[in-house]
Design a protein. Structure first.
Length: 710
């Protein structure tokens, strides 16, 4: 007997090839089965989507090719996973094949059956087995819960909706995740938990805590990681463990939301406000939003079996305005944990008006004094500057030459460490010239400051300051440059935790999730530069960043008591009257959110209105914009055209990167459904518009649904 499976293969989003291809098979293949199929001259990985026992209309046996082979030993991807993938493709306007195949580990494509069998055998030998299901949790596992933690956990147990865990920095959200995970695992022998974090490499502490808690209970290998920093072999191993159900806890970054997790019962999205949950390439999905969708799909199936639902917990001290709004409307259940563990206070805000400081001062004198005092008492300081390198521009004051990147509309950053000029957009790097390339002037100078320079200057400014042990104050730096080598981030964090370092200077990576115990002063210098950007999300992002980085201070209540001084968050600003700071002073996120939301509501901005971007890359700016405008013209008469607003095409802020010109068009609608329907109808038009004469020179286009940056 012959079967006719339709198979999803990786087709580029806009290849024009339908994502589903029909093949022949002598075996009946269940939907979700992983197969190898011929495609052109190659053999590619595919996922059986449906199977028919007669050929689809108009196809004959001679016109179809046979499935080349089945990936043996792998259970089919289940119907919930397939539904998630289908939704992702539809919602984010990509092909099913692209999304499905991108969700699988790349190595799965390359392994022969023999190699795969070897990998699977290795897994079978793994000591972890379903038998390692823990009993119901005992009272005394882990620390005694705070009242707020206990109350949150109890409310969580009965939650019928996504939960927004709104917990102050240091309120012990991680312990709530651990307990919720523990409870989910005890519920069923196959239960699995997905815990997502923005950037796993930045928070080695979190992984350690999950391993420490669950490996003794569920066996070594019960906790696996899934993120893009892993080798292909590691990723395959984690994915297989999750797919086979051996991994009980999957800790991962946004990509993990699409992992196969047949026993999924709980999803945690830690720091749910973090922009890194939104993918900026391929299918530009929001892993947070998909987590909520996924929990709904899993819940429907579980409830139908009479089991309890798959819960999703979004945790943050500064929730995204989308999630906050959903909670205000009652679509999400908000659980608040306002108090810090141990009853410590949140840092006091010290706002420094830079208009009244000595001209050109990097640090206001009172801030320097405060830091010196802290160091002398054996406390640590954190200095945030969101710009790496030594200086953002190198310039000649004679002729006006600047270190522009020849390939981008941006300046190359001066890195003093290796004396290079580096473009942070395209990577183009050159040695710093000895003299001005245009006029030969020897006196070319850095303009503006980056973390390297702050580190250098701070070391000089604090040269006379002594630690309690009489040694000189030590300043260190942590940013993408200092942590490039594998393992260096852990080492740098360790020097802070051990107290070797007195002042840590860094970019936003020092703000994320770290549980520092002896930091009592945090300073954001130049923090408000983002506020001048046209981006309407700038205040939301700055508020979150300052709350988060401030949240690294004063976390150990006992230490603070012993020191006898309150922790402080210093912010140097040129706009001290910005309402954001009034809310920050009170640690009043709800007031800040209410203010922002009412502004957004009157402007019809998300979450009240809905947006998408059509982006075009081309050899000339003119071609990029012409394509967008032509696509907009061609949209006339499409379904829901009258419900959406198409704005004129504009260049991106950095309009040229790596010699490609970039432009975009904003698409807005009051209704999400109308926007979705319009975009689906527009997709074939966008494809067809590529061959219009106006579009000559177009390199690619992409649709970004719910964009974070416009
Ligand atoms: P958050 O993620 O909310 O900022 P963490 O989860 O990092 O906070 O917790 C802050 C600190 O409090 C950590 O050092 C953690 O070990 C500790 N902690 C959390 N819950 C408890 C508890 N119930 N008893 C004692 N210490 C706790
Ligand atoms: Zn010059
Ligand atoms: Zn460049």
């Amino acid at each position: 007997m012959t079967f006719w499976p339709s198979v999803v293969v990786a087709t580029p989003a806009h290849s024009g090839v339908g994502a589903l291809l029909t093949y022949r098979s002598e075996l009946s293949l269940a939907p979700g089965t992983l197969v190898r199929v011929p495609l052109g001259a190659r053999e590619v990985l595919g996922v059986v989507w449906e199977s028919f026992d007669s050929p689809p209309d108009g196809l004959t046996e001679a016109q179809t090719k046979a499935v080349a082979g089945v990936l043996e030993g792998l259970p089919p991807l289940n119907v919930r996973w397939r539904q998630l993938v289908k939704f992702t493709a539809q919602y984010y306007q990509r092909s099913l094949g692209e999304v499905a195949l991108a969700a699988l580990p790349p190595q799965l494509r390359d392994l022969s059956n023999v190699q795969l069998a070897r990998r699977l055998k290795r897994h079978a030998k793994n000591p972890v087995a379903a038998a390692a299901t823990p009993d119901a949790p005992a009272e005394d596992e882990g620390p005694a819960l705070s009242e707020e933690q206990a109350a949150a956990l109890q409310a969580l147990a009965g939650a019928q909706a996504p939960v927004l865990l709104y917990g102050a920095t240091g309120s012990g959200k991680t312990e709530v995740y651990l307990r919720a995970a523990r409870r989910a695992l005890a519920e069923h022998a196959d239960a699995q938990v997905l815990v997502m974090v923005p950037e796993i490499n930045l928070t080695p502490q979190l992984e350690a805590r999950f391993r420490e808690r669950f490996e003794p209970l569920c066996g070594a290998g019960a906790v696996v990681c899934l993120h893009s920093g892993m080798t292909p072999a590691q990723r395959l191993a984690s994915w297989l463990a999750a797919h086979a159900g051996q991994a009980r806890i999957v800790l991962g970054t946004r990509m993990a939301v699409l992992a196969s997790l047949p026993g999924l019962r709980l999803i945690v999205v830690d720091e749910e406000h973090d922009p890194s949950y939104k993918s900026q390439e391929g299918a530009r999905y929001s892993a947070r939003d998909l987590a909520v969708y996924r929990a709904k799909v899993e819940s429907e199936a579980l409830l139908a079996e009479g089991a309890s639902r798959c819960q999703v917990v979004l945790g943050s001290a500064t929730p995204s305005l989308e999630s906050w709004h959903a909670a205000e409307q009652g679509r999400y259940l908000r659980l608040a944990m306002p108090a810090r563990i141990g009853g410590g206070a949140l840092p006091r805000l010290r706002l420094v008006d830079m208009n009244h400081q000595p001209k050109g001062a990097l640090f206001a004198p009172p801030l320097l004094d405060a830091m010196a005092e802290r160091i002398a008492r054996g406390e640590q300081c954190l200095v945030l500057l969101n710009r790496r390198g030594y200086a953002p521009v190198l310039a000649c004051h004679d002729c006006g030459w600047k270190s522009a990147c020849p390939h981008c509309s941006a300046f190359r950053v001066f890195h003093k460490m290796d004396r290079t000029l580096r473009c942070h957009h395209c990577g183009f790097t050159e040695r710093v010239p000895r003299s001005c390339p245009d006029c030969g002037n020897l006196d070319i100078a850095p303009v503006g400051r980056g973390t390297e320079q702050v580190e250098e200057q701070l070391a000089a400014l604090l040269a006379e300051v002594k630690r309690p042990d009489g040694g000189p104050a030590r300043v260190a730096r942590m940013d993408a440059d200092s942590t490039r080598l594998k393992g260096s981030l852990e080492i740098q964090l360790a020097t802070v935790h051990s107290g070797e370092v007195d002042v840590l200077v860094g970019t936003q990576m020092i703000a994320k999730g770290h549980d520092f115990r002896r930091i009592t002063l945090v300073a954001g210098i130049n923090a408000d530069s983002g506020l001048f950007a046209s981006d309407y999300r700038a205040p939301e992002r700055l508020f979150a960043l300052l709350m988060q980085v401030g949240g690294r201070a004063g976390r150990d209540a006992a230490f603070m008591d012993q020191q006898g001084a309150a922790s402080e968050l210093w912010v140097q600003t040129w706009t001290p009257l910005h309402p954001l700071f009034a809310a920050l002073r009170q640690h009043d996120f709800p007031a800040f959110a209410a203010d922002q939301l009412s502004e957004r509501e009157s402007a019809g901005m998300p979450p009240f209105g809905h947006q998408a971007l059509l982006r075009a890359d081309a050899r000339t700016q003119q071609a990029a914009q012409a394509y967008l405008n032509a696509a907009a013209q061609a949209a006339d008469g499409l379904p829901h055209r009258e419900d959406v607003t198409l704005y004129p095409a504009v260049p991106l802020t950095i309009q040229r990167v790596a010699n490609v010109e970039r432009a975009q068009m904003l698409v807005e609608a009051a209704s999400r459904t109308a926007l979705q329907r319009f975009l689906s109808a527009w997709q074939p038009v966008l494809l067809a518009s590529r061959s219009l004469p106006e579009a000559r020179g177009l390199v690619r286009f992409a649709v970004d649904v719910d964009p974070l940056v416009i």
